[in-house]
Design a protein around this ligand. Structure first.
Ligand code: DOR
Length: 441
């Protein structure tokens, strides 16, 4: 940025790092927060926002998204996905390696970083994907938020389902390993057992709770054997939550998606294969146990697993229909609506969607409204319920499993590095995010 800028946000209800809410002002200078106070007397701000009645949160950091660039841009790309992020209050994302080519080398990682610097309206970081033969790439990759291992639910070289190969990765290096935990052998066997069934509800039986539990148990045991930093992606079952409740080393974290909290197998009747994802939707009982595990700190944070596929692709009969749902435009809304309805507090939502993510991935100066921290912020209106409408979505795939849901907490302003990227329904597509940095991963 060539000219220095100051943004002054006045009279916001600010969620402080200790979880308290207070009405006050926040001043930014270039990309940073410089002052948080009941009243700031500063008269030469480049821009002032009257935030009376709005709540100011640190921007959401979504730690698991699939943004499809390079290679699958017909589904989504880094520009359209980051527009959807800005609208949803997501100011940073961590993106997965199942793009084309796969992100399994430094060269592929550099290419994504370069693309994002040109196209992304919000901040970005990328996982490096594990294969059975890219150990040197996993050790050397930089910058990366961590190593992604698909223990199941994947074809081709990103599938690492062999115990010996997993041991080699867990035993080498120190950086964070994030696992998609489903047992591929069990899935293969059950696919055969249920072959020929086109009712998509069978998906949750083929990739059942047991398949998830088996892989999570294996990842946990390897993490304990090698004392290796482990993150369990999109945990979906009551059994896994109970396992972690009994036995969770300090170096292990876990996340849950809004889909696994708010949707269950009854969604197949309403939206058919649009409810198909991996790991699959589970029962109402699983929803409840996952919620409790989140409230109790057994699950550390929220990720969307934003995984866009086109309407045409999703409309195909099972099992041709691909797994995955978009999520960055609805995650904060769903969680804030839950807070307004008394299921949790707004401060807990801030922790699960920003502070705890920054901490787990060692992202410096993000996840809290503190002088010296980055000015990644979102101002939301907690007092205005509106339905999620297909025609308003910015994700390229053009649909949401939450269409028609009446939600509150809509972002009115989203701010990335002190620049307003989304304001009252309009994007500023000139804004660009920055590459995230990671300590200790
Ligand atoms: O449902 C899913 N879709 N789960 C994954 O792990 C991958 C994702 C995708 O990339 O479509």
């Amino acid at each position: 940025m060539s000219v220095s800028t100051n943004l002054l946000i006045r009279n916001a209800t600010i969620v402080l790092p200790n979880g308290e809410l207070t009405v006050g002002d926040v001043l930014t200078h270039d990309r940073q927060i410089v002052e948080v106070a009941p009243q700031i007397s500063f008269t030469s701000a480049t821009r002032e926002i009257d935030a009376n009645g709005l709540t100011l949160l640190p921007g959401v950091i979504d730690p698991q998204v699939h943004f499809r660039e390079p290679g699958l841009e017909y589904k989504e790309d880094l520009f359209t996905a980051s527009c959807a992020c800005a609208k949803g209050g997501v100011t940073s994302f961590l993106e997965m390696p199942n793009t084309r080519p796969l992100t399994i080398t430094q060269q592929a990682l550099d290419d994504k970083l370069q693309r994002a610097s040109q196209k992304s309206l919000v901040n970005y970081g990328f996982f490096i994907g594990a294969t059975v033969e890219n150990l040197q790439d996993l050790l050397a990759a930089n910058p990366t938020c961590g190593i992604k291992i698909f223990m199941g639910s994947m074809h081709g070289s990103l599938l690492v389902d062999d115990r010996t190969a997993l041991e080699v990765i867990f035993a080498s290096g120190q950086r964070l390993i994030a696992v998609h935990a489903e047992d591929q052998a069990r899935i293969n066997q059950r696919r055969q057992e249920f072959a020929g069934i086109e009712d998509v509800a069978i998906h949750s039986q083929i990739q059942d709770n047991q398949a998830a539990l088996m892989a999570t148990k294996l990842a946990l045991s390897l993490s304990k054997k090698y004392q290796r930093r482990l993150h369990i992606l999109h945990m979906s079952t009551a059994e896994e939550a109970e396992l972690l409740r009994q036995d969770k080393p300090t170096w292990v974290t876990a996340e849950v998606t809004p889909q696994h909290l708010f949707l269950n197998t009854s969604a197949y009747e309403k939206i058919g294969s649009f409810a198909q994802m991996n790991p699959p939707l589970r029962s109402k009982h699983d929803n409840e146990v996952l919620w409790q595990a989140l409230l109790d700190g057994v699950i550390d944070f929220i990720a969307t697993d934003h995984a866009p596929h086109t309407l045409e692709e999703k409309a195909q009969p099972y099992p041709k229909s691909p797994s995955g749902m978009p999520g960055v435009e609805t995650s904060l809304l769903l969680m804030l609506t839950a807070a307004v309805e008394g299921k949790c507090s707004v401060a807990q939502v801030v922790n699960w969607m920003s502070s705890a993510v920054a901490k787990a991935y060692g992202i410096p100066n993000k996840g809290a409204i503190i002088p010296g921290y980055d000015a990644d912020l979102v101002l939301v209106d907690l007092n205005n319920y509106r339905p999620v409408l297909r025609e308003e979505l910015l994700t390229k795939c053009g649909w949401s499993p939450f269409e028609g849901w009446n939600l509150t907490g809509w972002p009115i302003y989203t701010i990335v590095g002190g620049q307003i990227v989304f304001e009252k329904g309009k994007l500023n597509t000139e804004v660009r995010g920055e590459a995230l940095t990671f300590q200790d991963t």
